[in-house]
Design a protein around this ligand. Structure first.
Ligand code: APR
Length: 241
């Protein structure tokens, strides 16, 4: 059987599906990546601004940078890969979408059971009372304050040097330990997490498929590698009806 058909059949016969996505799925919607020239803002790198230290030193600067990113992301729309995952969820008995992306495009497409392990650029968190709220203002007023306690708000994003939410990790790991199929879409494996998620699923017997435009450090861990753009490949894996 042809590779794509084989994978499609494994997917349609699976009762539980997990999906892990990274920046590559949003690249096809035109969301600039963190790294590289188009990720630069006033000569700052993301690693210099997306940190608790940078926010302590100059919260206004960090919020200005997030306003720049919100302005760009606000103009972007989900692509065929995001939409195909919505369809996949609709047909699966059990489905979880774990994303490292903070752009909210999976939610905008209509995916329901999403775990945004790095947070969401459209959410704020109060540094005083911890309240998490949606905020779609572009630009957000600088500096934004909590409606409940007037504390300073920060982006609800996991910054460099911060830990992921243990509840998100547990929910993800539980799903990875029980899924029959795991799709890994557009993530580089630069961050260790993807490798540990893949190992967890593989160790529990899942069939793991990687979709990426290039080989990654995770390619040797998976059962199948599909080379190509997410927006071309993912729709081919979901049965048309
Ligand atoms: N289709 C599929 N894959 C693609 C596409 C595409 N159109 N375009 C790029 N890719 C792949 C690249 O080959 C690369 O392997 O997507 C991957 C993107 O890698 P990264 O930019 O490292 O993104 P990601 O894996 O999401 O990074 C993880 O690191 O910077 C932190 O917190 C940030 O969430 C991010 C995390």
């Amino acid at each position: 059987m042809e590779k794509t058909a084989r994978i499609r059949s494994r997917i349609s016969n699976a009762s539980s599906i997990a999906v892990l996505t990274g920046a590559g799925i949003s690249a096809d919607s035109g969301v600039p990546t963190f790294r590289g020239q188009d990720g630069l803002w006033r000569n700052f790198k993301a690693e210099e601004l997306a940190t608790p230290d940078a926010f302590r030193r100059d919260p206004g600067l960090v919020w200005e940078w997030y306003n720049w990113r919100r302005e760009i992301i606000a103009t972007k729309n989900p692509n065929a890969a995001h939409h195909a995952l919505v369809k996949l969820e609709r047909h699966a008995q059990s489905f979880i979408l774990i994303t490292q992306n903070v752009d909210g495009l999976h939610g905008k497409a209509g995916s329901k059971n999403i775990t945004e392990i790095h947070g969401n650029i459209w959410k704020t968190r109060c540094t005083a009372c911890g309240d998490i709220s949606h905020n779609f203002d572009v630009p957000i007023s600088i500096l934004p304050h909590c409606k409940k306690c007037n504390g300073l708000l920060r982006p609800h994003i996991v910054w460099f040097g911060e830990s992921l939410d243990p509840a998100d990790i547990k929910q993800s790991m539980d799903a990875l330990h029980t899924c029959e199929v795991l799709l890994v879409i557009g993530t580089s494996g630069i961050v260790q997490l993807a490798a540990s998620f893949i190992s967890a699923a593989k160790g529990a017997g899942a069939y793991v498929v990687e979709i990426n435009i290039e080989e990654t450090p995770n390619s040797y861990l998976v059962d199948e590698v599909l080379a190509g753009r997410a927006s071309d490949v993912v729709p081919l894996l979901v049965n048309r009806d």
